[in-house]
Design a protein around this ligand. Structure first.
Ligand code: PBE
Length: 267
């Protein structure tokens, strides 16, 4: 069979995103763990720059290897595949979790209960992200809450209203987490809270909840993506479990590329 040297074609570079992302850290680990990737590097920049590079490559049917994740629109927009990861650096299926500062349950039991109950499906999150492209996240989140009263009432059932108590949700700066945080904001505001959203890097997000600077976060990707931050602050925050199951991270390529596994990437 005809083989092309993918490494040479992409200049031995993985097109990455923001330096502080969990997926960036795991990709550095992949570069260490896979011998065939010695001599490769990860070029970090921003999610927007990665998506532009991906779109340009696909337009020209050129090879490209990016750090990718789902839920994300890149999979609806383009024909893409995850490369198999036999060493399990990126995990199998991820979930998005909820964490709270210690004492939140005692201080704000109503908010704690709602955040603990908050659970939705990838299709819900994708709906908010898609609608936000036509309007903005605040509007899309409000619309989702208005149209999903049955789901929201499962989160708020039996929870008392409050009178303008302030709560700060900490999030990370990607669309997935902006979607969940804005939906939580609408629901908590309906309950009477005054909600602040603070976007930060994943490491700062865990630190803020561990120190009590922030009240809660719906942004951790687990068990693998943010494992190092989770372990660093373990015991200093309360783990409320999953808010969305069926997420994934990994190395992603266009389906026209003749590689299926990270181990197929040539040294
Ligand atoms: N990401 C993908 C986050 C979580 C998974 C870019 C949205 C990150 O890598 O930290």
């Amino acid at each position: 069979a005809e083989t092309t040297n993918v490494g040479e074609a992409v200049d031995y570079a993985i097109t990455g995103i923001e330096p502080g992302a969990g997926i960036t850290e795991k990709t550095d680990l992949a570069l260490e763990e896979y011998e065939n990737l010695s001599g490769w590097e990860q070029e970090t920049s921003s999610t927007a720059a990665m998506l532009t590079a991906l779109g340009d490559a696909i337009e020209n049917e050129e090879p490209i290897v990016v750090t990718g994740w789902s839920p994300h629109f890149m999979f609806a927009q383009y024909d893409l595949k995850y490369l198999e990861d036999p060493k399990g650096v990126y995990g199998e299926t991820e979930y998005i979790g909820t964490i709270a500062r210690q004492g939140l349950e005692e201080d704000m039991p109503e908010a704690y209960t709602i955040l603990d109950n908050f659970h939705w499906d990838p299709a819900d999150m994708e709906k908010v992200m898609l609608d936000a492209q036509e309007s903005d996240l605040e509007t899309a989140a409000q619309d989702w809450v208005d149209n999903n009263g049955d789901v929201v009432s499962e989160w708020t059932d039996g929870v008392d209203s409050v009178d303008g108590d302030s709560i700060e949700l900490v999030l990370t700066p990607w669309d997935t987490e902006r979607a969940s945080a804005n939906v939580a904001k609408v629901v908590l505001e309906q309950q009477g809270y005054d909600v602040t959203l603070t976007p930060v890097d994943p490491s700062v997000m865990f630190e803020a909840i561990a120190t009590g600077d922030g009240d809660a976060s719906l942004a951790p990707w687990l068990p693998v993506t943010h494992s190092s931050f989770y372990e660093k602050y373990e015991g200093q925050f309360v783990d409320l479990g999953e808010n969305l199951s069926g997420a994934k991270i990994g190395l992603v390529v266009p389906t026209y590329m003749d590689v299926d596994s990270i181990e197929d990437l040539e040294a």
